[in-house]
Design a protein around this ligand. Structure first.
Ligand code: UDP
Ligand code: MG
Length: 317
């Protein structure tokens, strides 16, 4: 028997979950008809949802033994959810996918065909269009991938997603990266392994709303750049050097024309700006190192299906 774990991070997904449950069960059935050796577990991560996500998961877990869940003590973010899922998944293969059906379950049989014989360690989808997304968001996303791939050795494919079908070896490699500031798109790429990309058109959310604001995505992209590149630190050195050189003609000018207040002011502002900018960049890296140094847990579990089932049983007796 081969076990496939399907990890699903959920944050306020009460509307999507019933749709997801139906869709995934159809695909599981289809895959089991084709491959008799397959068994499945569904591992939902409730990332501190404020709606009925947890009660829905509890019900699903009582009804279906293949359903497991981990409920966090608060919202830790999707990255923490994915990490918790990978860490607790028991499968020979692990799938990570969103609950909102933007990662269509219908891809799973194809993905399995790529990884089942070890030809690939990972199968994933790549959006070739950003249909249904605002123009500004798409433009910034493109810019992010451009900058990222220029300044970091870790290549991040434009349109690559967190929808992954991975072998146990790859999952274990990812778990060996217990960093606190997680940027999965970078981590998936950094660990290497053979990855097959399946291209597809963007699908819009089935229900509910995206929990990403523009500002949230912007901060997340900075997180990605800082986690996988130290190039901004070199920018600081470059800016410092360039401003030193630029100040030389000013100095000569000041000596020749016997100092002008405006010249001095200009130089002071210029230098001050660059220094602040560089200190800021340094500070950001320092802050990340500080957080890593604390070795805080990436997530905290409040309840899982085992706790709930035994509580339910005890209440029933
Ligand atoms: N998600 C999560 N924690 C969060 C935000 C999102 O677990 O703090 C989950 C969410 O439930 C969904 C997936 O991550 O299954 C992707 O989120 P969303 O659809 O909001 O992002 P988008 O598809 O717009 O990038
Ligand atoms: Mg989504």
């Amino acid at each position: 028997m081969k076990l496939i774990s399907i990890v699903v991070p959920c944050y306020n997904e009460e509307e999507s979950l019933p749709l997801f449950e139906n869709a995934i069960n159809d695909v599981i059935k289809q895959m089991q008809e084709e491959h008799a050796e397959l068994a499945f577990e569904l591992l939902f991560i409730d990332d501190g949802s404020k709606d009925k996500t947890l009660p829905i998961l509890r019900k699903m877990a009582l009804k279906d033994k293949r359903v497991r869940y981990i409920s966090f003590s608060r919202n830790f973010g999707k990255e923490a959810g994915m990490y918790a899922g990978l860490k607790n998944a028991k499968g020979d293969f692990v799938v990570v996918m969103d609950a909102d059906l933007q990662h269509p379950p219908a891809f799973l049989p194809r993905m399995y065909n790529y990884v089942k014989d070890g030809e690939f360690d990972c199968a994933t989808t790549r959006r070739v269009s950003r249909q249904g997304e605002s123009k500004i968001r798409s433009a910034f996303a493109r810019l992010f991938y451009k900058i990222m791939n220029k300044i970091s050795q870790t290549e991040i494919v434009d349109g690559a997603q967190d929808f992954r079908f991975m072998s146990r070896q790859m999952v274990d490699a990812i778990l060996d990266m217990p960093e606190y500031n997680r940027f999965s798109k970078g981590i998936f790429s950094w660990v290497g392994f053979k990855t097959q990309y399946i291209e597809y058109e963007n699908v819009e959310r089935e229900a509910g709303t995206s929990s990403w604001s523009f500002w949230g995505l912007f901060k997340y992209s900075l997180e990605g750049i800082m986690a996988f590149s130290t190039a901004p630190l070199s920018v600081a050195i470059f800016l410092g050097g360039a401003s030193c050189i630029a100040s030389l003609p000013m100095l000569i000018n000041a000596i020749v024309k016997s100092s002008k207040t405006s010249g001095i002011l200009c130089a002071v502002f210029f230098m001050g700006g660059i220094q602040l900018c560089c200190t800021g960049i340094l500070g950001q890296y320092f802050a990340k190192a500080y957080l890593e140094g604390k070795h805080r847990p990436i997530y905290i579990m409040r309840e899982n299906e085992e706790i709930y089932r035994s509580r339910h049983q005890a209440a029933g007796v």
